[in-house]
Ligand binder design. Structure first.
Ligand code: HEC
Length: 156
């Protein structure tokens, strides 16, 4: 009887939608970004530094900062635009106005796909590392703490 219960529990745990294997940039994140974001954040998009110099011009061209390499992506997660990816892709759980970030709609074609991609990205960023804070506080957005930065995983 005890054994049967243990087996049932083990099955329940195994069927949870968690990531048994660690999420990596190469295996999950890169293909997702290529599919859903490359149209406006691809190799022809400006680097973050270039984007910041001429934001209005690029916005008119419907281009955001390049996210097509691991290094490009790290800049909008860790530094220099700390938390930008999280602020734009949050589903409203962590935003002050409880509305999803303005890039959340691109995270998939259906609610289910968007939710699944968000779970995957959160797992990649690192447990407890998904926060919307900036490098230095601005308005009602606090500055990121060393403890929060230490939680970043971002496995390549
Ligand atoms: C149809 C074009 C388009 C698509 C598709 C798109 N974006 Fe964007 N994105 C933009 C534009 C234009 C901006 C700059 C304007 C703004 O800040 O809203 C931007 C800004 C951003 C920013 C803010 C960067 C910063 O440092 O200020 C992030 C992060 C971002 N996008 C992530 C994504 C991700 C991730 C995807 C895919 C899931 C995606 N975007 C899909 C057009 C797009």
């Amino acid at each position: 009887m005890k054994l049967k219960l243990a087996a049932t529990l083990a099955c329940a745990v195994l069927s949870l939608p968690t990531f048994a294997q660690e999420v990596t940039y190469r295996n999950q994140v890169k293909p997702m970004i290529q599919k859903l974001c490359a149209e406006c954040h691809g190799d022809d998009a400006p680097t973050l530094a270039e984007f910041k110099l001429a934001e209005e011009k690029y916005k008119k061209e419907k281009l955001g900062p390049r996210t097509s390499t691991y290094e490009n992506l790290l800049q909008i997660i860790a530094y220099t635009d700390t938390g930008a990816l999280m602020r734009r892709l949050d589903d409203g759980t962590n935003t002050s106005d409880k509305k999803p970030g303005n890039m959340y709609k691109y995270l998939g074609e259906t609610d289910a796909e968007r939710a699944a991609n968000l779970v995957m990205l959160k797992s990649w960023v690192g447990e407890g590392a998904w926060n919307l804070n900036r490098w230095t506080a601005r308005g009602d957005v606090p500055g990121v703490t060393k403890e929060q930065l230490e939680k970043l995983k971002l496995k390549y």
